[in-house]
Write a protein that binds this ligand. Structure first.
Ligand SMILES: NC(=O)c1ccc[n+]([C@@H]2O[C@H](COP(=O)([O-])OP(=O)(O)OC[C@H]3O[C@@H](n4cnc5c(N)ncnc54)[C@H](OP(=O)(O)O)[C@@H]3O)[C@@H](O)[C@H]2O)c1
Length: 298
């Protein structure tokens, strides 16, 4: 399979490169591929002549987006739509990622794909508008809404907690934001599972559209941290005390949804894809970062 991945060093792009090793994969990011430039997208598409295009590129700086609204929209809405349209022009299906931050978190139950977006900040708005723009630009698109993405690559929550655990005697982590960690490798696996059907299916097929996919089970950042610290301790890592705090104790520039849980049953029904147990995926991630359990790899 010939695949063009937008994004290269990002968490999801790296996981896709690993999962699709053995296929013809071209993964590009600026300056080779800039989603905000027509000519850059056209050139990359011509050179790669892909059968499948996956957009793992995004403006993901949630707090900075509050001050860089134009750039966030240029990448997350207009850039995503530009790439989706270019894929449509050569008959290639398109896979795109979005976020639970398109919701305000006030539903009090896991969100369905049919729930209307209600973003709290610029990043969430740019991603929400990107979803619609992508689906309009290429009807053979899959938009995967996910959350709390982690991996052994790039900067993310797992790596931050490991670093702080080594430095501090106590970690204070918010316990009133609900969601589900999602490992990039599991997202890449889902793309691989869907790909053959996406290549064959015509526009209008149930394979395309908006889908929720996170890890399972649901937890809080505090619950996630407890598991990270437990599993790291099994690998010889120092285990600091863990204190539960409220979101109000940890103010951020952009507001986050207090309960961004996503119901993932639609993707199970249509594609047979089950949410991966993030605790198992975390173990694989820590194997890569720290070493296997029972060894003091740090
Ligand atoms: N991280 C999360 O917790 C999370 C949660 C929910 C959904 N998602 C979504 O999942 C997807 C992948 O996220 P991720 O965590 O893998 O992101 P990431 O690690 O921040 O990587 C994003 C990639 O996009 C590239 N990029 C930025 N601007 C670009 C542009 N104008 N043209 C081309 N490439 C550009 C970046 O390159 P540079 O480094 O050179 O800028 C980087 O390679 C995104 O759609 C994101 O919105 C992420």
């Amino acid at each position: 399979m010939r695949i063009l991945v937008a994004g290269r060093q990002g968490q999801v792009a790296q996981a896709l490169l690993r999962r699709f090793a053995g296929h013809e994969v071209v993964a590009l990011e600026p300056p080779e591929l800039d989603l905000t430039e027509d000519s850059s997208v056209a050139r990359a598409m011509r050179a790669a002549a892909p059968e499948l295009v996956v957009n793992a590129a995004a403006y993901t700086a949630v707090d900075r987006a509050e001050d860089q609204e134009a750039l966030a929209f240029a990448v997350n809405r207009d850039g995503a739509a530009r790439l989706a349209a270019a894929a449509a022009a050569i008959g290639a299906p398109f896979v795109h990622f979005s976020t639970d931050y398109v919701f305000d978190g006030r539903k009090g139950a896991p969100y369905l794909e049919t729930d209307a977006p209600s973003p709290l900040g610029v990043y969430g708005r740019s991603k929400a508008e990107g979803e619609g723009a992508v689906l309009a630009a290429n009807p053979r698109s899959v938009v995967l809404r996910t959350a709390w993405v982690c991996s052994a690559d790039g900067a993310n929550f797992v790596k931050t907690m490991l670093r702080l655990a080594a430095e501090r005697e106590e970690l204070r982590v918010v316990a009133d934001q609900h969601g589900a960690p999602t490992f990039a490798a599991d997202l890449a696996e889902a793309v691989a599972a869907m790909a053959p059907r996406l290549l064959a299916a015509p526009a209008g097929d149930a394979a395309f559209g908006l889908f929720h996919l996170t890890g399972a089970p649901h937890t809080t950042w505090h619950g996630f941290t407890a598991e990270i610290l437990d599993q790291a301790a099994q690998r010889g890592h120092k285990r600091p005390r863990l204190a539960a705090i409220a979101t109000t104790d940890y103010p951020t520039r952009a507001a986050r949804p207090a309960d961004g849980r996503l119901d993932c049953s639609h993707i199970r029904r249509v594609h047979g894809i089950q949410p991966a147990d993030w605790r198992r995926s975390l173990a694989l991630c820590l194997d890569a970062l720290v070493g296997p359990a029972g060894e003091n790899g740090l």
